[in-house]
Design a protein around this ligand. Structure first.
Ligand code: NZQ
Ligand code: ZN
Length: 386
């Protein structure tokens, strides 16, 4: 196991009817900007719950943050922050609203001219405006981590960055919010969280016995609750386990002391930037090809995952590893998620070359757990995913 230092300062308030507790977390003299997405919160009662809780507070609203939070829209929100002398941000939404709020937290105190500069530089963000979240969509783990992903249509970019200042101060997780989530987004959430675990697990054996079992338990829980959540999102026990699994999949815990990959996400972000494909679906497109292409380097962990998560007991390490990739792809397909790029666009020729060129231009010479995956490797993997 590698050395590590781990600090996660986000307070989690989990459970039924907990949204009103935000009043205890936000300073009473704060001037709050409440941020939300395209309006789902106005239909499912979350908006009213937040407004009721904040009845005595000084609140300005900013709605309309789109999925894959868009830089231009966030720049409008930044204007409101400056004009209204906002001191506290409250994200009410899924990963996109939370990520947009994280960007704004950093942008609000940024002294440079153009906030996109700090997005591109990807240096750890050390200061930001305080913020909290009310999560409405289990998926990304953004509610308990310090990462964010921002999109910019103008340049077709989608870039991840983060830093110690970008942990939410608190996040309210009321699993009842999932009852209004359309099936498309529910299965996206399951797939995203599942792949987050894989990115931190599917590397090489590193002696992290506990980390491996944490990871496997999250995967097993997601597999177990997936059909229940899809069948009946008002099944509270399933919803609660779904929500907590998604948070635990990417709050830093399972990655401590072990190598991480994240190449699937890096390639997937490009597919969203180019074609607007839902984040989780890009992962389902890239992951099977990624694991086949890197089979030799990853087969021991693939076989362990096959044995422990999918109960594959027959055959050699290679057989189990290969069967594990097939099981993973079948799991995504069983959720109704297509796993080939051509399922999403007919205009895919040249995509792989373009991604390789972007990685080269950005100086991303070596991705993956050994920093050995070159832009040319990425090109081959994306081609396999056509
Ligand atoms: O905008 P509204 O109207 O609220 O509708 C949203 C949106 O259309 C809807 N929704 C959310 N909660 C709902 C609901 N509809 C009904 N009932 C509810 N309770 O769902 C749609 C998708 O929302 P979005 O926030 O975009 O989804 P998600 O949470 O999957 O976030 C995706 C974004 O997060 C980034 C992705 O790249 C993408 O930009 N990620 C962030 C990560 C992080 N910060 O750690 C890690 C991830 O790997 C990921 O990259
Ligand atoms: Zn993800």
């Amino acid at each position: 196991m590698n050395n590590f230092e781990f600090k996660n300062p986000t307070k989690i308030i989990f459970g039924k009817d907990t949204i009103h507790k935000i009043t205890e977390e936000i300073p009473s003299d704060a001037k709050i900007l409440m941020l939300y997405g395209g309006g789902s919160i106005k239909k499912n009662g979350v908006y009213e719950q937040v407004k009721t809780a904040l009845a005595k507070a000084d609140v300005v609203e900013f709605g309309g943050i789109p999925a894959n939070p868009e830089y231009a829209v966030l720049m409008d929100a930044l204007k409101v922050i400056k004009e209204e002398n906002i001191t506290y941000l409250l994200a009410v939404g899924g990963g996109s609203v939370i990520d947009g709020t994280k960007f704004l937290s950093a942008a609000a105190v940024y002294e440079g001219e153009e906030p996109w500069d700090f997005v591109r530089k990807r240096e750890p963000i050390q200061k930001g405006m305080p913020f909290g979240t009310v999560l409405t969509l289990p998926a990304t783990g953004s509610e308990m981590n310090s990462g964010t992903v921002i999109s910019r249509k103008e340049t077709q970019e989608k870039l991840a960055f983060g830093g110690p200042a970008l942990f939410p101060q608190f996040s309210v997780l009321d699993p009842q919010v999932i009852t209004s989530i359309p099936e498309r987004q529910l299965v996206n959430g399951i797939t995203d969280a599942f792949t987050h675990v894989l990115e931190q697990y599917m590397t090489y054996p590193a002696g992290g016995l506990l980390q491996d079992r944490f990871a496997e338990s999250i995967l097993q829980t997601l597999i177990e609750i997936a059909p229940r959540v899809i069948k009946d999102p008002s099944d509270y026990e399933a919803a609660a386990n779904f929500m907590w699994s998604c948070t635990m999949a990417l709050n830093g815990l399972i990655q401590q002391g072990v190598p991480g990959d994240w190449a699937v996400h890096m390639m997937g972000h490009e597919l969203t930037a180019m074609y607007g494909i839902d984040h989780a679906r890009t992962l389902a497109v890239v992951a099977p090809s990624h694991y086949k292409y890197n089979f030799e380097a990853k087969k021991e962990k693939l076989a362990q995952y096959g044995e422990r998560v999918w109960n594959i007991t027959e055959g050699s390490i290679d057989d189990k590893a290969y069967a594990a990739i097939e099981k993973t792809e079948a799991f995504f397909k069983g959720l109704g998620i297509d796993t080939k790029l051509s399922d999403y666009t007919s205009d895919y020729e040249g995509t792989a070359e373009k991604i390789a060129q972007r990685f080269t231009d950005r100086g991303w010479k070596g991705l993956g757990e050994r920093q050995a995956l070159t832009p040319q490797d990425a090109e081959k993997i994306v081609k396999m995913a056509y």
